[in-house]
Design a protein around this ligand. Structure first.
Ligand code: GDP
Length: 504
């Protein structure tokens, strides 16, 4: 079926179905530092599952994807199965901002039409957001000074931290009677009050009035009626559905490099974002998600602070660039001319690292869906991926943004890290304070002149693009099943060899 000719959407669907029917429970996680396109891959695969369940992170995540009929969706808390009509579960491992959730549901309804009741389920024991959390987060960031993590500022870290201190308030507690709920919020308020008082004394509140526990309770209780239909014991629900034959797609947020323990601590998110977090965040037995698809972009990116060994240029500059040159981040002549000129310089070997980094940032529209901050771009980083593969043991990779290498003669690929003059063993990852000083060793890999954007057929890729993929597979020891060639739903290549092996 894959020999010659164009693979139609229905052929793609049939092949995906035949591959994924072997994997009734699948986990999709990111390999590097986020924004790899997990949303697009989860949305694509959601068609072959009954339930799509988020297990980690909070509304600090941002997935952008397109529906099969071309509608653009941006989700923060709701898993990417909504457009395919799948039940979307927000598991206990997710930190829930109810206002964001309701806003997201409204936005989704504008695009998809009315969302059926029970299309989205929220775990009754997920930690709930309060206005106290971002205030705390801002404070911790100020205290860190130059060591700032540069979080999204939504309060996700304090939600996770206070949960561990057994001081978090849970979504379901809003329904346990108004006086009980107020009492729980008073406990939270009182636990934090000494800190808030000290912040006020040191003039660190920046004009923010700390709301009373009653005010916070009233705000949350006002949202409660809209949340009630979604409230669920999601672990029990998922288990029951599984017994009745439901297939579950666990959708990761953030990524391996941002996992609280296994990422570049302290420059990480606050939950467990590797595949191991799926069972924990959804309350399913550890053996449930034996199969993982690792999503990684061919040019990794990073926002916020933290080590990024393959980074091409510097973070601050990347963050500001979209704001200082908005004309380059919308389609039109200035953008097209800019990309054309820099590409010539890149291929002539006369472009600086700053030019190269900016070229990729513009080409990939590398701006965060949650904050709009510019993302800093790095080269493909094999030592990091070997580490991510060791931790997640994926059955296959989904390599996104492959189209971004179009037109380049060659691209550096990081093959080893050197630390204090020694090669770092494959699969090992130095801690953050050392990772910041590793010297990445690069090889130059050939690219291709043709534009492969939107290509959906492996046979139609230039030979050097196919070689790139087989070489990468060999280096990593994991099959590359899916290759992204653009943001749209259909901009995807399903690789026949990998598909056959995985379907066998
Ligand atoms: P996530 O958080 O991992 O889901 O990733 P984001 O949604 O933050 O960012 C991924 C961005 O890349 C989105 O804007 C996608 O539309 C886009 N994208 C996904 N796959 C591809 C691809 O293969 N090529 C290109 N050019 N863009 C892609």
């Amino acid at each position: 079926m894959l020999q010659g000719g164009i693979m139609t959407q229905s052929e793609l669907s049939r092949t995906l179905e035949s591959v994924f029917e072997k994997y009734p429970n699948l986990c999709v996680v990111g390999g590097a530092f986020g924004d790899e396109g997990k949303g697009k891959i989860a949305a694509l695969l959601s068609h072959y599952y009954d339930v799509v369940a988020r297990f980690a992170g909070g509304s600090n995540a941002g997935h952008t994807y397109f529906t099969s009929d071309g509608k653009k969706m941006v989700s923060h808390l709701i898993p990417c199965g909504l457009a395919a009509g799948k039940t979307c579960v927000i598991g206990r491992g997710v930190l829930v901002n109810l206002e964001s959730l309701l806003g997201e549901l409204d936005a989704a309804a504008q695009i998809l039409g009315p969302i059926p009741a029970k299309a989205v389920l929220v775990d009754q024991q997920s930690v709930v957001w309060t206005p106290y959390h971002p205030i705390l987060e801002a404070y911790f960031e100020q205290v860190r000074g130059a060591g700032m993590i540069k979080t999204t500022g939504q309060g996700i870290g304090p939600m996770a931290g206070l949960h561990r201190l057994r001081t978090g308030v849970l979504v379901g507690e809003l329904f346990a009677g108004s006086s009980y709920c107020k009492e729980r919020l008073k406990q939270l308020h009182d636990a934090l009050w000494p800190l808030f008082s000290e912040m006020a004394r040191r003039d660190l509140l920046r004009g923010i009035n700390i709301p009373s526990a009653d005010q916070v309770a009233d705000g949350l209780l006002a949202l409660a009626p809209k949340i009630r239909p979604m409230l669920s014991d999601t672990s029990f629900e998922l288990c029951g559905r599984q017994k009745r034959g439901a297939r579950i797609l666990a959708e990761g947020a953030q990524s391996t490099g941002l996992d609280l323990s296994w990422g570049t601590y302290p420059f990480v998110s606050s939950t467990m974002s590797t595949a191991a977090g799926a069972a924990l965040g959804l309350g399913l037995p550890p053996a449930t998600f034996r199969h993982t698809l690792l999503v990684t972009k061919v040019l990794p990116t990073r926002v916020g602070a933290g080590p990024f060994p393959s980074e091409i240029w510097e973070r601050e500059s990347a963050e500001q660039f979209p704001k200082s040159h908005p004309e380059l981040f919308r389609s039109g002549k200035p953008r097209a001319q800019y990309l054309k000129n820099v590409l010539v310089a890149v291929n002539a070997g006369s472009a600086s690292n700053k030019d190269i980094a900016r070229y990729f940032q513009v080409l990939g529209d590398e701006r965060g869906a949650t904050t709009g901050r510019g993302r800093s771009v790095g080269y493909l980083d094999l030592p990091w991926l070997r580490y991510a593969i060791r931790l997640n043991q994926p059955m296959a990779l989904a390599l996104t943004r492959f189209d971004m290498l179009s037109g380049l003669k060659r691209i550096p690929v990081v093959t080893e890290y050197l630390l204090n003059g020694q090669l770092v063993p494959a699969g090992q990852m130095p801690p953050s304070w050392e990772l910041a000083y590793v010297k990445p060793l690069c090889e130059s890999w050939p690219c291709w002149p043709d534009d492969i954007s939107g290509c959906c057929q492996e046979d139609l890729l230039p030979q050097s693009a196919r070689h790139f993929l087989t070489k990468l597979e060999r280096e990593l020891g994991v099959p590359i099943l899916l290759v992204g060639t653009g943001p749209k739903h259909a901009d995807i290549i399903l690789r026949a060899g990998a598909a056959e092996r995985l379907a066998a």
